[in-house]
Design a protein around this ligand. Structure first.
Ligand SMILES: Nc1nc2c(ncn2[C@@H]2O[C@H](COP(=O)(O)OP(=O)(O)OP(=O)(O)O)[C@@H](O)[C@H]2O)c(=O)[nH]1
Length: 897
């Protein structure tokens, strides 16, 4: 079922996490921190109860949103108005420019017309002057007769007119060039008024004198001859702005208008260019931004894919990684804030800590949340495991890696030997195979790698260390013996690891062999032959006679084909250590299985806390190899210490990095030793469920009878498993063994014992690995506990504390007192008022109180370890030599959060 984080829920409700936590507390809903998650059922409840608050909050939020929208709209309207005003201003500017330009054009037009007019007049006057000169010449040449007189007077009249004209021209030429047209018109008018009459009377003598060179006295520039005008025009074309002396007003206006237009055109062109370049750079910028956004989106997608491929929650990608057990100072450094800031926040949270104190995961998350930062707590296991991502196109087929499992004496070793012997390399002298913990065999030109760790203990121990190296399990079942306890264990272990099982029904050479019966028996455990419509392939073999071996190998290859096993060989190598030891002559020797990349001699590697460069590489026949590819198992020399089986290894480019990592790990391991990783317990199940995505409770059930297991399984089956699924990953009759603890550890399971006790080694291992073992004598009590843990209401107020144990060495019959056990206290100390449990071969045969406690003839209250004593048990006489008497107390314990 889905779960929701309190912080997300708070966001949804529009309140702070703290506020929501307050409400949750009022509602008595357990929640530890803002990062805790709530089950759906609680979410519904919270929503219902907080409905009025949420609605009011929603209304507030809605109102705020509306106000914001309103403000946005107002801002938009203002922006639109501003834009419109700017547009209008620009238009007005353009209009003004257009008007000015038109005026300038009109002025230029007028100037041109005036110039033409002036030229036309000048030409006319010049023609007249020429005609007058001609007449004068003729007059002088004509004889003085009457008709001649008349003709002379006519010539005189003409000459007079010419004088008037010339004077007028001289007067005009004397005027400055810049005079306005109206001025000129006015003066011309005035002059005409004063001179008209007189000119006709005294003019002839002067006229005659002056008429010889009519055009010589005229100013050079006016009236301009067509030639000069042409020159002037030409000069103006190339002239600089200053060089316009003698230019008339209209010409200047025309020039200015022309210059104005040219400059305006240029300015417009420049502006257009600028605008265009701005636009294009804007477009370029936009394109660039778009490309960057696309690249970022693609990178993000890639990151998510990589994360998913590595089993990481993509939501955690942006989170800062914080190791478990970080100190205040370290967290400050990671989050790049001052340690004081964190200390202050911790203080406000009611948990004052100093710089060097370690913080719990909850505190780290709370502080980070407070700082608005996202963190991901990295467990030691995660920190020590490498994860890689390969592009699908880089992946190539790789051989399968197989582990053989089965009950004692069903022939695991014989089968592995048989497989190796049918595969002795032709060139190998004597075919001697060395034990390196793994072997590669060839069939039909294809490789299969067998990991020689017969038994599920080793397999699960590896898995517990995070090494998932096996692709296929070959389950060996003797055809004459059938399914036995360890067969079932092996099935459960393989299933827990999610590895497909191929069954090798062994010892088929034996006359009493009944392979079909084996098939039949296995169906009860969910192992159903393919030929019966199931998922598992079965092969009948005889390890002793070497029969069916090839068939088995081919079946393995078939299974491998189904699995489509792939790895990237073209990268630096990584994988797992299968076996390692200290060799007297060669130093640390490790067999490793390459799972990715190719390992070369000379590569620097880190394996767990060891590092070094690969000095030599050998295969199982002792032959030197230069490289090992995915699924290859090789023995290597060159590490500085002996790594542990199951450790991951990887190649490092820089030897210094390798050493740093190995040393860091060694240091961490020492710290971890003091601060062991806690596995789930019934008491903390609910918290784990809310904090981590734990939705399954795994149980290993051991009981004194098959009936008890069935009864428990039945009751569990009837529980509501909608929020947490309860899996019995392994159940068997018998004492709780070390293997059970290993399996529980690897699967984060709780061990439940009914009427059985853990073996001493199992108890030690459970203590060491923090695996919880709960023992019960009544089934409903166990069911009650599991159910309470499931719904998060377990409130253990009583806890059993073992005080000591004693071994029964002898028994005596004492009148009145009954049977007295002569015991040796082997652990702790036993008190007279302790409770006692009689354990025989790991099974509890009685649970009660002591009836008497004596040392020699004296009644005593306490006996310590290493002392003998006589113990009587109330209402129990059936004490036997070899029984273990476990003394314990029931103490009141407050529930630890
Ligand atoms: N007849 C017969 N005997 C076999 C066969 N395979 C193994 N055995 C015998 O069964 C006994 C046990 O074989 P192992 O190979 O040691 O069995 P195991 O499962 O490795 O035993 P452990 O390592 O003790 O768990 C030996 O005496 C073998 O000779 C077989 O195919 N036929």
């Amino acid at each position: 079922m889905a779960k929701v984080r309190i912080s997300s829920l708070a966001k949804e409700f529009g309140m702070t996490s703290k506020e929501l936590m307050g409400h949750l507390e009022e509602m008595k809903i357990p929640a530890k921190s803002a990062s805790s998650s709530l089950e759906d059922a609680f979410v519904a409840m919270v929503k219902k109860q907080l409905a009025p608050v949420i609605e009011a909050r929603a209304a507030e939020v809605e109102a705020a949103k509306r106000a914001e929208e309103e403000a946005e709209r107002a801002a938009e309207a203002e922006a639109a108005a501003k834009e419109e005003a700017e547009r209008l201003a620009a238009e007005a500017r353009r209009e003004e420019e257009r008007r000015l330009s038109q005026e300038a054009q009109a002025a230029a037009e007028a100037a041109r017309a005036a110039k033409e007019e002036a030229e036309r007049r000048a030409k006319e006057e010049a023609e007249k002057a020429a005609r007058e000169a001609e007449l004068e010449a003729k007059r002088r040449a004509v004889p003085a007769s009457d008709s001649g007189m008349r003709f002379r007077s006519l010539l005189d009249q003409i000459a007079e007119q010419e004088v008037v004209l010339k004077e007028k021209k001289a007067a005009e030429a004397a005027k400055p060039a810049s005079d306005s047209r109206s001025d000129r018109g006015g003066r011309r008018g005035g002059r005409n008024a004063g001179q008209n009459g007189a000119a006709t009377t005294d003019a002839p003598a002067r006229t005659r004198r002056r008429s010889s060179a009519p055009a010589a006295n005229m100013p050079d520039n006016f009236p301009p001859s067509p030639d000069k005008a042409g020159k002037g025009k030409k000069g103006r074309k190339g002239a600089s702005h200053e060089n316009h002396e003698g230019e008339d007003r209209y010409a200047r206006m025309a020039r200015e208008a022309e210059e104005y237009s040219r400059e305006k055109v240029l300015a417009d062109a420049r502006a257009a260019v600028e605008e265009a370049s701005r636009e294009s750079s804007g477009r370029r910028k936009k394109r660039k931004e778009k490309r960057a956004a696309e690249a970022a989106a693609a990178a993000e997608e890639r990151k998510i894919e990589e994360a998913l491929a590595q089993g990481i929650n993509p939501e955690d990608l942006d989170a800062v990684k914080v190791s478990e057990g970080v100190t205040v100072a370290e967290l400050a450094e990671i989050l790049e804030v001052s340690a004081n800031d964190i200390i202050k926040r911790l203080f406000l949270l009611g948990t004052p800590l100093t710089m060097t104190q370690t913080m719990s995961n909850d505190l780290v998350e709370l502080v980070a949340d407070d700082l608005g930062r996202q963190v991901r707590i990295v467990t030691a296991e995660e920190e020590n495991s490498f994860s890689f991502y390969d592009a699908p196109e880089d992946l190539k087929s790789r051989p399968p890696v197989v582990t053989v499992m089965g009950h004692v004496d069903h022939g695991k070793t014989s089968l592995l030997d048989a497989i190796r012997h049918t595969n002795v390399w032709s060139g190998e002298a004597g075919g001697i195979t060395q034990h390196i913990g793994a072997s590669e065999v060839q069939i039909n030109g294809r490789q299969i790698t067998f990991v020689d760790t017969p038994g599920h203990e080793a397999f699960t121990a590896m898995r517990a260390r995070g090494a998932k190296i096996t692709d296929v399990v070959v389950l060996v079942v003797a055809a004459d013996d059938g399914v036995m306890p360890q067969t079932i264990e092996a099935i459960n272990h393989s299933k827990a690891a999610g590895v497909p099982i191929i069954v090798a029904v062994n010892k088929c050479d034996k006359p009493e062999a009944n392979p079909d019966k084996v098939r039949q028996m296995l169906t009860e455990y969910g192992i159903i032959p393919e030929e019966w419509g199931g998922q598992n392939m079965f092969v009948n073999v005889s390890a002793k006679k070497g029969q069916g071996i090839d068939d088995l190998l081919e079946t393995i290859l078939l299974q491998a084909d189904v699995l489509e096993l792939k790895a990237n060989p073209d990268t630096f190598a990584s994988g797992n250590i299968i076996e390692a030891k200290l060799d007297r002559g060669r130093g640390p020797v490790a067999t490793l299985l390459v799972t990715r990349g190719t390992l070369h001699v000379g590569d620097t590697i880190v394996a767990g806390q060891s590092y070094g460069s690969v000095r030599a590489m050998l295969d199982q026949h002792g032959n030197h190899k230069d490289e090992a590819r995915p699924s290859d198992a090789v023995e290597i020399l060159g590490l500085n210490s002996v790594p542990a089986a199951g450790d991951e290894f990887r190649v490092f480019e820089d030897a210094r990095d390798a050493r740093d990592l190995a040393e860091q790990r060694a240091l961490k391991a020492r710290i971890e030793e003091q601060n062991k990783v806690k596995h789930v317990t019934l008491e903390t199940l609910f918290d784990e469920m809310s904090q981590n995505e734990l939705k399954e409770l795994n149980l290993v059930v051991k009981a004194d009878a098959q009936g008890t297991i069935e009864a428990l399984a039945d009751s569990i089956g009837k529980m509501d498993q909608s929020e947490v699924r309860i899996n019995i990953i392994h159940s068997a009759v018998g004492a709780i063994s070390e293997t059970d603890v290993t399996l529980a550890m690897a699967s984060n399971a709780i061990i439940i014992g009914f009427g059985v006790r853990p073996q001493p080694k199992a108890r030690d291992a459970a203590e060491r690995e923090n695996v919880q073992i709960k023992t019960y004598s009544i089934i409903y009590k166990a069911i009650e506990d599991i159910d309470a843990a499931r719904i998060g209401m377990l409130k253990p107020t009583e806890e059993e504390v073992q005080t000591g144990s004693a071994e029964v060495r002898d028994t005596f019959r004492v009148p009145k007192a009954g049977t007295i056990a002569g015991c040796m206290v082997t652990e702790g100390e036993i008190s007279r008022d302790d409770k006692v449990r009689v354990v025989r071969d790991g099974v509890v045969v009685f649970d009660g109180s002591f009836g008497s406690m004596r040392r020699f003839k004296d009644d005593v209250n306490v006996v310590k370890r290493g002392y003998e004593c006589g113990l009587g048990i109330e209402k129990f006489q059936d004490i036997k030599v070899g029984d273990i008497l476990e003394a314990y107390k029931i103490v009141e314990v407050a529930r630890t959060e």
